[in-house]
Design a protein around this ligand. Structure first.
Ligand SMILES: O=C(O)CCC(=O)C(=O)O
Ligand SMILES: [Fe+2]
Length: 357
């Protein structure tokens, strides 16, 4: 059995440009995907963009409550906008984090057809005005687009690393990628909970790219049940597999459980997770057809230990014949939670009812 990982591998994506170094890079990506499910991505070319957006976070979170309330997530049904401290539950406990959620601009309108009510899960984002945070909307929007290109390119390398044609995952990419701006306040005597975000696997996307500041707190579960620090590395993204990708590979490339511990010593952690999406009209049948093609190309994972601590891939459950329904139910916390790893927002009844019925 493969030894449990004790640190996250570093992948230098710029090595893909040179055929001399690309072969080893692909082998390293494959090892990272199968053995860990997490990696640091460096030399990605978005160093300026990341610095610019990260620089806006203190100002955005310092916005007056009245401005945050205007874009509160409970006022809409497609999970964008502001969520105040305590608005989210993971693994049955409250996460101590504050966040803004956004999605890429989609062409899907919010008008449902009779059989596609789930389309309401997609829709336009809400922004703080420039008078409060100058350049907010532009910076966020540009960042989501840039991340989309980086993620698509990385997915090509991932496909190649699995001996598949580079564009193998293209047709499964979604229309609305998602972005969070997150603030984790420090643990205090009055608020002693250390749960920044509880143990979970990322749900509906293919891959997550987390930009973190230098404070730390993100931890990844290894096959021995140890929490391994994703110690911040300047100018890197922490990339991990989400359950959408796990499903596309028939569960062979598993998502890995992780959490965030609240900062100590009065520090505040800021992070910016980007979730590269799976298309919502993906059906189990589509996945099974894809599996016929990729089966045999993707080896069975050798790390049985990692499998043991994993939760099953609900995506592959015949109950959820279409990813969108799984997504809706999952976001509402209505999916079975085999080992308590689900995460959901306490969204107001308007939001819930408007897309469930
Ligand atoms: O804030 C972080 O570092 C990671 C957050 C996370 O895991 C998530 O939002 O899914
Ligand atoms: Fe996560």
């Amino acid at each position: 059995m493969t030894a449990a990982f004790k640190s996250l591998p570093i992948i230098d994506i710029s090595l893909a440009k040179d055929p001399q170094t690309k072969t080893q890079l692909l082998a390293d990506i494959k090892d990272a995907l199968f053995r860990v499910g997490f990696l640091y991505l460096v030399n990605h070319g978005l160093e300026q963009e990341t610095e610019k957006l990260m620089g806006l976070l203190p100002q955005a979170f310092a916005a007056p409550d009245s401005e945050k309330a205007k874009i509160d997530m409970v006022t809409n049904s497609h999970f964008v906008g502001y969520s105040k401290l305590g608005a989210e539950i993971t693994a049955r406990a409250t996460d101590i984090r504050e966040q803004f959620d956004f999605g890429s601009a989609t062409t899907t309108t919010n008008e449902d057809t009779e059989n596609q009510q789930w389309k309401r899960i997609q829709g336009p984002s809400l922004f703080l005005p420039d008078s409060i945070v100058p350049g907010f909307k532009d910076t966020v929007t540009t960042y989501i687009d840039d991340m989309g290109h980086l993620a698509s390119y990385f997915l090509e390398l991932v496909a190649e690393s699995l001996n598949l044609p580079p564009t193998s995952f293209k047709e499964f990419e979604g229309e609305m990628n998602r972005l969070k701006l997150v603030k984790y306040p420090p643990v205090t005597a009055d608020a002693p909970s250390k749960q920044g975000v509880g143990p979970h696997k990322d749900s509906s996307g293919m891959l997550t790219f987390v930009l973190q500041d230098s404070v730390g707190g993100l931890q990844v579960l290894n096959s021995e049940g140890e929490w391994i620090d994703a110690t911040p590395i300047a100018n890197s993204f922490v990339v991990n597999i989400a359950q959408g990708f796990e499903a596309l590979t028939g569960g062979r490339c598993g998502a890995t459980t992780h959490r965030v511990i609240s900062p100590a010593n009065g520090a505040t952690r800021y992070s910016i997770p980007y979730f590269h999406s799976v298309r919502l009209n993906l059906t189990l049948q589509d996945i099974n057809e894809q599996l016929k093609f990729i089966h045999g190309k993707i080896p069975e994972p050798s790390d049985a230990g990692k499998r043991r601590v994993d939760v099953p891939s609900e995506f592959l459950d015949p109950k959820y014949s279409c990813v969108s329904w799984w997504c809706c139910l999952r976001r509402l916390g209505l999916c079975p939670r085999p080992r308590g790893s689900s995460r959901y927002a306490r969204v107001g009844s308007v939001g819930i009812e408007s897309f469930l019925y």
